[in-house]
Design a protein around this ligand. Structure first.
Ligand code: NAG
Ligand code: NAG
Ligand code: NAG
Length: 486
């Protein structure tokens, strides 16, 4: 079998989905053309030093984008890398959205920005970028943050900082990042703000939202956070595991016998789940079967990576287990696309254009940091109590789920949301996009849940146009379209 060929076919398929059906020709002025008009209200901000002007292989666009570092701890030298795209039109009227990817250890630049929802998608030859007509910066000003330190270009000069990487440090550094970033971009300081993310960011996003909500008691720190948006989010240890095994069984990935053993021997609600050997063995069997296919997208072909430097992890479920700790599985991983991103972001001219490097010293970028993933020191068992708190604080929560993902399957999300016992305000029904059923949704007091029919873990990769439509409804606070239309 020609693995290299398979890889190429798989990648071009995905990228075609992303770039096909462009409604309008995407090519506009190479440089931002607002410079010729009256002075922009942002023009003297100190973020201007981060303006990206000559990114190699970048398609011509009509909006400005900025990239660089924000120091979140001077003493230890901790700095987080961000890439910020102004909205394609009228950025001064549009909200600000922070996007986070998961892992833990994976890059929001490598996934969110350049494979999912950013305006520039890494091209398959690793030499340039393609315009994404479904970029979320059509609706909002978008910040992609590489978080925490050790992810992508983000770093610390103090080695010991890496010894206690976990949910807490991640939220605290992201919070500091926001305030420091507002100093660079003061016109966004009071802007309507949202946080969005997928996979393990299902933990990061509510945690950061809670921190903002708590700190908002001090008016001088107030950030106008209005809601959060979560895609196939890791949420609660017990519900996520129950959903993972039930989904594997109900989608014919494992046998009745294996599922039966899990039901009898696994107590996912206990803090001692993995002390039961029968349970461990049966769960290992689930993961063994998932290594045969793509757990993140059950019905697409697996990709066999053909690059020399990618290792055997590429087409496996990344799993980490030491005795008596939970097996953790990396969230959000597509080995073939990852190779192209890796080639692109390890170019000196690209790093220079993004203000990562002085043009001499190359920084070693990878899409996910496996060391960090394996060493993750603390993972909150459940963020559901945070959901309750945020809803009480008046925030809007939207949760969406690609229904062909086995990693954080739609069942996990339903188990989690059901456990909140929120009153239903609009019953289960289909939602439509271009006259087709995109999925189903249900509204609760303070929370909307929507599925994407036939989408895997990283939903916007599979359903770019539908995803942009949902994002738009989320920002407007509108219900999803529940009539088929003309
Ligand atoms: C595990 O849970 C039990 C009760 O459910 C509790 O008493 C115990 O402290 C917990 N242990 C740990 C390590 O959290
Ligand atoms: C870059 O990092 C990867 C692991 O993240 C490592 O395997 C590789 O050797 C590093 N390359 C360089 C040039 O430092
Ligand atoms: C990956 O994370 C580890 C800490 O877990 C850190 O020591 C290392 O520098 C990181 N690698 C890169 C390439 O940033």
């Amino acid at each position: 079998m020609d693995f290299a060929l398979k890889a190429t076919v798989h990648v071009s398929l995905l990228l075609n989905i992303l770039v096909s059906a462009a409604a309008e020709p995407p090519v506009l002025g190479r440089r931002w053309r607002g410079d010729s008009g009256k002075p922009s209200m942002n023009s003297l901000e100190n973020g201007d030093r981060d303006l990206v002007t000559n990114l190699p292989g970048q398609p011509d666009v009509d909006f400005r984008h900025y990239a660089g570092y924000v120091t979140v701890n001077e003493k230890n030298g901790r700095a987080l890398f961000y890439w910020f795209y102004e909205a394609t039109t009228r950025p001064e009227e549009k909200p600000l959205v922070l996007w986070l990817n998961g892992g833990p250890g994976c890059s929001s630049v490598g996934y969110g920005a350049t494979q999912e929802i950013g305006p520039f998608i890494v091209d398959t030859d690793g030499q340039g970028l393609k315009f994404n007509p479904y970029s979320w910066n059509k609706e909002a000003n978008m910040i992609f943050l590489e978080s925490p330190i050790g992810v992508g270009f983000s770093y610390s000069n103090t080695i010991s900082d890496y010894h206690n990487l976990g949910d807490d440090l991640t939220a605290n550094d992201a919070y500091t990042f926001l305030h420091k970033w507002f100093l660079k971009f003061p016109s966004y300081r009071k802007r309507t703000f949202y946080i969005a993310g997928e996979s393990y960011a299902g933990k990061y996003v509510p945690q950061l939202a809670e921190l903002i909500n708590d700190k908002n008691n001090d008016p001088s720190l107030h950030i106008d956070l209005k809601g959060i948006l979560l895609g196939n989010p890791e949420t609660s240890f017990a519900e996520d595991w129950k959903g993972l095994v039930d989904y594997a069984w109900s989608h014919a990935v494992i046998s009745d016998e294996t599922h039966g053993i899990i039901r009898r021997s696994c107590d996912f609600d206990s803090n001692n789940t993995w002390s039961n050997d029968d349970c461990c063995e049966a769960v290992d069997e689930v993961l063994k079967q998932y290594k045969e296919i793509d757990i993140y997208s059950l019905y697409t072909s697996v990709c066999f990576s053909n690059s020399v430097d990618s290792d055997d992890k590429s087409f496996q479920v990344m799993m980490s287990r030491t005795s008596n700790t939970m097996p953790r599985i990396l969230g959000g991983y597509d080995p073939c696309l990852d190779d192209y991103a890796k080639a692109f972001y390890n170019r000196l001219d690209v790093q220079k254009a993004l203000h990562v490097s002085d043009g001499h010293q190359l920084r070693n970028w990878s899409i996910c940091n496996y060391t960090l993933f394996h060493k993750w020191s603390y993972s909150t068992p459940s963020v559901l109590p945070i959901y309750t708190k945020l809803i009480q604080a008046g925030l809007n929560i939207w949760v969406y789920s690609g229904d062909t993902d086995g990693r954080v399957p739609v069942l996990s999300t339903r188990y989690s949301l059901n456990s909140l016992r929120l009153p239903i305000t609009k019953s289960w029904r289909p939602w439509y996009h271009q006259k087709q059923v995109s999925g189903w949704y249900q509204e609760y007091a303070g929370l909307t849940f929507a599925t994407f029919r036939g989408a895997g873990h990283a939903v916007p990769c599979f359903k770019p146009s539908e995803s942009l439509a949902l994002f738009s409804s989320f920002l407007l606070g509108d219900s999803l379209p529940s009539v088929r239309g003309q």
